[in-house]
Design a protein around this ligand. Structure first.
Ligand code: SF4
Length: 332
């Protein structure tokens, strides 16, 4: 039997380079490996901190799925679905919630961090506190043996592993397996202001940006502060622009830029122009496909609906197993 991998993204807006290199390209790479793959639009998760944006959820989901498809996620190779179209996720979440100690949720590392970052108005709700339980339900529903994560997300997965052990012990049966992290090397992608690229920092380069937008954004990107004048030498390895060069520019040119930056024979303006050109060249085919897909939203929607039907079959089976384990044969 093939192992399953599962991963999802919140449809909180258009995807940026951080999402692409932090997750999506890895999902696509996994399509060449011997796994059963489940990738989902985590729309209920998005509601835990963004209920005010619920009216945009459908459009955001379609746009995000269009990004996925444009970059190479294939419905023939991966089950691509919408969390809210597979109602079993809510039922499993509810059942798991009955055995999850509140203290575990309050101790989740991101709970306090996100509260501080997003503010009380977005995080003072039961759904936000309980989101690790929903996340666990998503993962174990498909008996995912692996979850592709970066090092910083391993702690989140530990919650799910603990909950699996607790559930299996409580019902006296090994219904679920403990999912393991499938560690992926994620390149460091800094945003325009030198902080981590993120939609909430308003510092991102989006896949949906035009070539002109990309050029304008890169033009004002934060570079090595040592280079106040063109004649000041810099350290490329400490510059966010160069980190993007390492992804979008070939090795020889990168070595050349590194050298030229350190002896001040290249200016930041020129260096950034080269980067913008390379980003645009790399993204062009996917951007064109994205624009094409967004003229056919019915097609994208259909892929999500069909994928959700496929996911529902697996989810129903799992939920029956869960209910048998909890209620034995005496259930409705
Ligand atoms: S020349 Fe390029 S790598 Fe060097 S500081 Fe300027 S933008 Fe950064």
């Amino acid at each position: 039997m093939k192992h399953s991998v599962l991963s999802g993204m919140r449809p909180t807006g258009r995807l940026h380079l951080g999402n692409l290199y932090g997750a999506l390209l890895n999902w696509i790479k996994l399509q060449e490996e011997d796994y059963e793959r489940f990738y989902f639009v985590a729309d209920w998760h998005a509601l835990t901190t963004g209920f005010a944006d619920s009216k945009k959820m459908h459009q955001n989901s379609i746009e995000m799925a269009a990004d996925w498809l444009a970059f190479g996620l294939e419905p023939e190779k991966s089950t691509i679905f919408v969390q809210s179209l597979v109602k079993e996720h809510a039922e499993l979440f509810l059942l798991l919630a009955m055995i999850t100690p509140i203290g575990w949720l309050e101790r989740v590392p991101s709970y306090k961090d996100q509260m501080a970052q997003l503010g009380k108005s977005k995080t003072s709700n039961y759904g936000f506190l309980g989101y690790p339980v929903l996340m666990s339900a998503d993962i174990i529903m498909y008996k995912a043996a692996f979850v592709p994560v970066g090092m910083d997300q391993v702690a989140h997965l530990e919650f799910t592993r603990e909950l699996v052990r607790h559930f299996n012990t409580t019902v006296g049966k090994s219904v679920f397996i403990e999912p393991k992290p499938l560690l992926t090397e994620v390149p460091k992608i800094l945003g325009l202001d030198g902080r981590k690229m993120s939609k909430s920092y308003n510092n991102a380069i989006y896949l949906s940006d035009t070539e002109q937008d990309t050029e304008s954004k890169i033009k004002v990107m934060f570079s090595d502060p040592r280079r106040k004048r063109k004649t000041d030498p810099g350290v490329a390895e400490e510059c966010g622009v160069f980190m993007l060069h390492k992804i979008f520019t070939d090795e020889n040119k990168c070595s050349e830029i590194k050298e030229s930056c350190s002896n001040a024979s290249i200016g930041c303006v020129e260096c950034k122009k080269i980067l913008a050109k390379n980003i645009n060249n790399t993204l062009r085919p996917a951007r064109e496909k994205r624009a094409y897909l967004l003229q056919k939203t019915e097609y994208v929607e259909n892929i999500l609906i069909e994928g959700s039907k496929k996911a529902s079959i697996v989810a129903k089976n799992t939920l029956n197993e869960v209910k048998d384990a909890i209620f034995s044969n005496s259930r409705f």
